[in-house]
Design a protein around this ligand. Structure first.
Ligand code: HEC
Ligand code: HEC
Ligand code: HEC
Ligand code: HEC
Ligand code: HEC
Ligand code: HEC
Ligand code: HEC
Ligand code: HEC
Ligand code: HEC
Ligand code: HEC
Ligand code: HEC
Length: 495
């Protein structure tokens, strides 16, 4: 092969390579959109959509203006491109404009054709949500796809420009939810303070400062499937909330940056409150938001999180506030109820908690060489509880014996039911941390037990007394019968 020939082949192959590369590149560039091309030359509301559209996610996916408006995007002649025959629909009617979005986003096949792995359930969720009711002035649903995502400049939801990006969404939802004028047309009783309160919470403060990882409106309420908060389908319904919070608070990766533990959900699940709510379905037990508030820093009516228990355990709180611990705990910065009961892992109480034995919470702070009498009181309270329980048990045994002997002591048996009640109340009275007051309560139990025990003993005595009486009576009757017999024999012999 001549040098010239080689050069020639080299040149040709270079050209071929260049051509294929360039055609590859060409295939990657946008198919021309004549709609866009013409509209960028127009004015005002005909221009703006075109200008914005260049940043739209749909533009990046090669979707032309005709993707939503119909028409023929390959013609630069308005007669053809925007003709009815080519399927041009003009400006979609406000009431049904969401249909253009749903055409693709609810259609698995279409979305597959765009190589999209996005879920296609947004409309199925939205159409049953509270937001898809007809608006009060009948101009369509309260919110549709465009209310939340905008149009012509739609971004991916994790793009900071998106209207639903975590740091933007508060003003989106707040746009309606801070406006009495809007909300009163639907539900005048619905508060409009969520945004204001949210801004006082840890979540809200960090959100305002630009942190996209904290909870915002949609991370708690969901986005397309939003329901009234008392609807069991709502993400914020009592039994659903723990999982909503756990999505983030049990996520070690996410929480690493914040130095927060991630055990709240696991602990709560096993606690007396978690078991009551999630297993027994008892909605009087607190969910995460009952203690932490829905939107604000603390729940309404509670000045600090350490007072939150008192919103349900009213009596324990009242007694605690009058107790010597109130002042001592405040001075030492001990949280009120948590110090002894914990917060997420609260368990059913047992009598092992009180006293001076190893399992007692009291000995964490009180010891026998303290000069205050906390240690003494703890021991004494435990002693009184144990002794009432023992007396109660012993009395029950006596009553049992009497019953077996056929004595009627049902009144006394019934009165012992009150002792159980008094033991329960004494455990509440512990929170006075005052021995005299505690004694007042528990002594009611001793009085009842004392009476019942007396009645039981009397009944048993009675039984023995009757048995002796019966014995004597039997002997007398026997003697009488024998006497009678002898008398009859004698009379018979005489005749
Ligand atoms: C050659 C320029 C040109 C092309 C190509 C073109 N348009 Fe238009 N478009 C206009 C002008 C001018 C108007 C305003 C006058 C009218 O309504 O006909 C308009 C109006 C519109 C309107 C508003 C209609 C209304 O009822 O007010 C929409 C929507 C629209 N165009 C979308 C499209 C779409 C989609 C395509 C491509 C399939 C397209 N246009 C192609 C020039 C063009
Ligand atoms: C993803 C769907 C979608 C695409 C793509 C789209 N539009 Fe629209 N367009 C709409 C919807 C929906 C409305 C009605 C908006 C409303 O009710 O406010 C609209 C409204 C309009 C209007 C009326 C004025 C306005 O701003 O509301 C014009 C003009 C228009 N579009 C032109 C275009 C042009 C030009 C393109 C391409 C550059 C385009 N649209 C691409 C969905 C789309
Ligand atoms: C009340 C506001 C709201 C409405 C109405 C709404 N969206 Fe969304 N949408 C969101 C929020 C917030 C997100 C981001 C969080 C998420 O992914 O759930 C989102 C996410 C999306 C996503 C990303 C993928 C996904 O599902 O996570 C798509 C696609 C989407 N929406 C389409 C739609 C369509 C189509 C409609 C109308 C049928 C619609 N949205 C109506 C708020 C809304
Ligand atoms: C012609 C089909 C089509 C139409 C019509 C359409 N979309 Fe899309 N949309 C897509 C495709 C394809 C994507 C990109 C999917 C991907 O990246 O996986 C997308 C992406 C999105 C995203 C970004 C989701 C993400 O990844 O975070 C949103 C939000 C969205 N569309 C909303 C809308 C809204 C609102 C409308 C109506 C105004 C609409 N779409 C109309 C096909 C369509
Ligand atoms: C940390 C989770 C969380 C965040 C963040 C959150 N909410 Fe809520 N939201 C709740 C809970 C929980 C309820 C009430 C449930 C109940 O009453 O049982 C609620 C209730 C509501 C209600 C019903 C009326 C009311 O106030 O009780 C509206 C409306 C509402 N939220 C809107 C919003 C808006 C708007 C935002 C964003 C600013 C937001 N929420 C942020 C958890 C949250
Ligand atoms: C276009 C206005 C509008 C937007 C935007 C909007 N909402 Fe609403 N929302 C309403 C109206 C109106 C209601 C009351 C409907 C009713 O009670 O019949 C409502 C109801 C609710 C409820 C139920 C309240 C209850 O317990 O009865 C929640 C929760 C809620 N919205 C949360 C949100 C969240 C979160 C966002 C943002 C992703 C949002 N909303 C965006 C108008 C809006
Ligand atoms: C989207 C993720 C997310 C969700 C959902 C979420 N949180 Fe948070 N939360 C965070 C992040 C991140 C922080 C910031 C940690 C910090 O700096 O304190 C935080 C902070 C907190 C704090 C303050 C902790 C402290 O002492 O600093 C509490 C309390 C809290 N969240 C409770 C809840 C509850 C209750 C729920 C459910 C109703 C919830 N969160 C839902 C992400 C979330
Ligand atoms: C019975 C009330 C109660 C319940 C229910 C509750 N918490 Fe707490 N939580 C507290 C108290 C009290 C604190 C301690 C606050 C302090 O000391 O400042 C706390 C602290 C926290 C903190 C701060 C970090 C930490 O662990 O100390 C987070 C985060 C938190 N809780 C999340 C949750 C989540 C998520 C749930 C539901 C799974 C939940 N809480 C249920 C009362 C509760
Ligand atoms: C100094 C430790 C301590 C503090 C502080 C404390 N408790 Fe207790 N709590 C106990 C002990 C001990 C028991 C009883 C255990 C037993 O004998 O069964 C108890 C029992 C209980 C019980 C079960 C008995 C009943 O009353 O139904 C509840 C509920 C309770 N506490 C709630 C609270 C609340 C609410 C607070 C805060 C106002 C609080 N506790 C503060 C130690 C404490
Ligand atoms: C929303 C109401 C509510 C709040 C707030 C609440 N609790 Fe409870 N708590 C309950 C209910 C209801 C039960 C009974 C659950 C059961 O018996 O299954 C209970 C049970 C208990 C028990 C077990 C009582 C027993 O008989 O053994 C203790 C201890 C307790 N709570 C302490 C607390 C503490 C401490 C706080 C604050 C950190 C608190 N609770 C906050 C409603 C609440
Ligand atoms: C977290 C530490 C702590 C725990 C746990 C604790 N106490 Fe105390 N207690 C104190 C402090 C501090 C004082 C104030 C003592 C002082 O005056 O020096 C106090 C005072 C008292 C007093 C009043 C003493 C006096 O001289 O008048 C009694 C009674 C008492 N505690 C009983 C108990 C009992 C019973 C328990 C267990 C159920 C208990 N305490 C658990 C810290 C604690």
């Amino acid at each position: 092969m001549s040098k010239k020939m080689k050069k020639y082949i080299w040149k040709i192959s270079t050209i071929i390579i260049c051509f294929s590369i360039s055609s590859l590149v060409f295939a990657q560039t946008k198919t021309t959109d004549e709609c866009l091309a013409c509209h960028v030359e127009l004015d005002d509301e005909l221009l703006t959509p075109a200008q914005n559209y260049i940043n739209d996610i749909h533009y990046k996916k090669n979707i032309t203006c005709a993707g939503c408006h119909g028409g023929n995007p390959n013609s630069d002649d308005t007669e053809i491109s925007m003709s009815e025959e080519s399927g041009f629909i003009g400006i979609p009617d406000k009431a049904t404009r969401y249909e253009v979005c749903v055409n693709c986003h609810a259609n698995d096949e279409t979305m597959n054709n765009y190589n999209s792995s996005l879920p296609t359930d947004q409309f199925d969720k939205l159409k049953i949500s509270i937001h898809f009711q007809p608006s009060f002035d009948n101009t369509g649903p309260i919110t549709d796809c465009i209310t939340c995502h905008s149009v012509h400049n739609i971004s991916k939801v994790d793009d900071p420009r998106s209207k639903v990006y975590p740091t933007k969404i508060v003003s989106l939802c707040g746009g309606c939810h801070t406006s009495a004028d809007i909300i009163k047309n639907y539900n005048p009783a619905l508060p409009i303070d969520q945004v204001a309160k949210y801004k006082t919470s840890v979540h809200g403060k960090l959100n305002i400062s630009g942190d996209p990882n904290v909870a915002e409106c949609a991370s708690c309420h969901g986005s397309h499937d939003i329901f009234a908060s008392n609807d069991p389908r709502s993400h914020v319904y009592a039994t659903n909330i723990p999982e909503v919070c756990a999505k983030c608070h049990s996520n070690a990766e996410l929480m690493k940056g914040y130095n927060l533990p991630t055990d709240q959900y696991d602990s709560y699940n096993k606690s007396v409150h978690g078991l009551a709510l999630l297993e027994k379905g008892d909605i009087s037990a607190p969910s995460c938001n009952d203690c932490h508030g829905n939107h604000g820093a603390v729940p309404p009516g509670v000045e600090s999180i350490s007072k939150v228990c008192g919103s349900c355990h009213v009596l324990n709180m009242e007694l605690f506030e009058k107790s010597p611990h109130q002042k001592a705990f405040t001075e030492n910065d001990f949280p009120e109820c948590e110090t002894c009961h914990g917060n997420h892992s609260i368990r059913y109480v047992t009598d092992d908690m009180i006293g001076t034995q190893e399992s007692a919470v009291c000995i964490e702070c009180h010891s026998s060489d303290d000069d205050n009498n906390g240690y003494f009181v703890a021991g004494k309270m435990k002693m009184l509880i144990d002794s009432l329980k023992n007396e109660d048990k012993a009395t029950k045994e006596i009553l049992e014996e009497a019953t077996q002997k056929g004595m009627d002591i049902s009144d006394s048996e019934y009165s012992l039911k009150d002792v159980r009640q008094i033991l329960i109340q004494s455990r509440t009275t512990i929170h006075t941390f005052n021995l005299e007051k505690f004694k007042e309560k528990i002594n009611e139990g001793f009085t009842i037990v004392g009476k019942a025990r007396q009645a039981g003993t009397d009944a048993v005595d009675d039984y023995y007394f009757r048995r002796v009486g019966l014995g004597i009576a039997t002997i007398i009757v026997t003697i009488l019968v024998i006497g009678l017999y002898i008398k009859i024999r004698r009379l018979e012999k005489k005749t």
